[in-house]
Design a protein around this ligand. Structure first.
Ligand SMILES: [Ca+2]
Length: 484
């Protein structure tokens, strides 16, 4: 029996085969490859049943993984969702519930000095600096080297607890045409804030990750890679061959083609990354995790932004519906986790406790986390709780203030078994909920009605369900400014 298998089978006491406790210094620490899609809807994978997308590499990864097909992120937009992955906390707990702190995205652009912009953004970065992050714990508790690439809104990679990385909160070269750049009213060019030069990963190169893995392999240091490419996120500017691949699938509609091409491009990079790890003979000692930061779906009925750019549907990104919130979650660990499909709802909040469990970080080093360790489920020691409630929260992109999520909360939601309740919240000035998605509480049977078309909240037979779900929701988190 390998040490890895021994430490897994002995969960949760962490014992060796000879019953001596495994200490973090002697247990093997598997490498962790965290793969995060950007703006990729839950349906748009071959392994999720969509034959119209070209995802052979993601499908292969899924075939070797524990597949949680009813996974959720708490918020349907990048930044809060990514910080939840890094901290294992809900947005109202880690505080980064927005994409843009005050004065907001337009307010940033109106600034007349780069110095003022940087100082303003630094106030936001303090939020994650005050938290224990996954890479920070891996570094401190188990001497991992942790490499950040791609999407990262928290300024310099150091703020996230990484030991190295690509994103440094400096303006990328103007030649970078796919995000990362912001122009102030003064004419100065600064970092947009969403990852700057780090966004080149996947779209331009994979080499920084390969160099990092080589270096760690040479020094026999366990590694953590944050691979969060700006894919399949807009701009959907994939090279022609990805359009050809996307077009080769049956029944692809015109408005789906640019997004599906970006999915094909993302998929190819995932294959390259896994292939590289395989060449280093590290497959059995590497855990792969896959999740999408939020869903996105093109709307063919709305005017195009540009010839190859469609607007997303109002019910996907930023919305309280599953098209924005649901994602498959995959965990692959060859030789330890048996491939299987798990349909019970889980949350991206669960990934941090799961990974800390996988790497045997001792209890004292762990923060108190709201998520559930999925490893005993993946390992077959524990049956998933199909009745476990899953929670989340939706906010506007711009925050009114820092450290006050109650002021901005737009929707809270809960899914338990097949039912999902969405609770809208009025804005601070008394006007209807931000985004206008709902004005009153809505209830959906997301198993029978996965696209949430039939609101059941007015049916008398669901009265008790609504009361029960609302009680769960309020026990989980009730905004101070609740004005229902
Ligand atoms: Ca995103």
């Amino acid at each position: 029996m390998t040490l890895l298998a021994a430490s897994l089978l002995s969960l949760p006491a962490a014992l060796n085969a000879d019953d001596t406790p495994v200490s973090p210094s002697t247990a093997e620490h598997p490498n962790i490859c965290y793969i995060i899609a950007d703006d990729h809807a839950w349906t748009d994978f071959g392994f999720m049943g969509n034959e119209r997308v070209h995802t052979p590499n993601l499908d292969r990864l899924a075939s070797r993984s524990a597949r949680f097909t009813n996974g959720y992120v708490p918020s349907s937009v990048c930044r809060p969702s990514l910080v939840s992955l890094l901290t294992g906390l809900y947005p109202h707990q880690h505080g980064v519930h927005f994409n843009h702190g005050p004065p907001g995205n337009t307010g940033y652009n109106r600034m007349t000095s780069a110095d003022e912009y940087v100082k303003t953004r630094q106030r936001e970065f303090k939020l994650i600096r005050g938290q224990k992050t996954l890479p920070g714990i891996l570094q401190a508790g188990a001497e991992y080297r942790c490499f950040q690439t791609g999407k990262f809104w928290e300024g310099h990679w150091r703020n996230g607890g990484f030991t190295e990385g690509m994103t440094i909160f400096k303006a990328p070269p103007r030649s970078q045409t796919f995000g990362g750049i912001r122009k102030l009213a003064s004419g100065e060019i600064v970092a947009h804030g969403n990852g700057d030069v780090g966004l080149q990963i996947g779209r331009v190169t994979m080499q920084p990750i390969y160099d990092f893995i080589d270096d760690c392999t040479a020094s026999e240091t366990p590694w953590f890679v944050w691979y969060a490419p700006y894919l399949p996120h807009q701009p959907h500017d994939s090279p022609k061959r990805f359009y050809d691949l996307a077009r080769s699938r049956p029944g692809v509609k015109d408005h789906e083609l640019p997004y599906f091409a970006s999915i094909a491009q993302f998929d190819e990079t995932v294959g390259q990354l896994i292939q590289y790890v395989s060449k280093q003979s590290q497959l059995r000692n590497t855990v792969f995790v896959f999740v999408s930061d939020n869903g996105w779906r093109p709307d063919g009925s709305l005017p195009r932004k540009q010839p190859e750019e469609f607007v997303h549907t109002v019910r996907s990104k930023r919305a309280p519906f599953d098209d924005g919130l649901r994602t498959p979650i995959l965990i692959r660990w060859d030789g330890v986790i048996a491939p299987a499909t798990w349909e019970s709802p889980v949350s991206s909040i669960d990934l941090m406790p799961t990974l800390l469990s996988i790497v045997n970080v001792v209890e004292n080093d762990r923060p108190r986390l709201p998520g559930v360790d999925l490893l005993p489920i993946c390992g077959g020691q524990l049956k998933p709780d199909g009745n476990r409630p899953i929670f989340g929260e939706i906010y506007p992109g711009n925050a009114t203030s820092l450290n006050n999520p109650s002021e901005d909360i737009a929707y809270r939601w809960i899914r338990q078994a097949n039912l999902k309740l969405i609770e809208p919240h009025k804005q601070a000035d008394g006007s209807g909920p931000w985004g206008g998605h709902l004005r009153t509480t809505a209830l959906f049977d997301v198993k029978a009605d996965p696209f949430e078309r039939h609101d059941l909240s007015n049916l008398a037979e669901y009265k008790q369900d609504i009361a029960r779900l609302r009680t769960h929701l309020d026990r989980w988190w009730k905004p101070v400014s609740e004005t229902r």
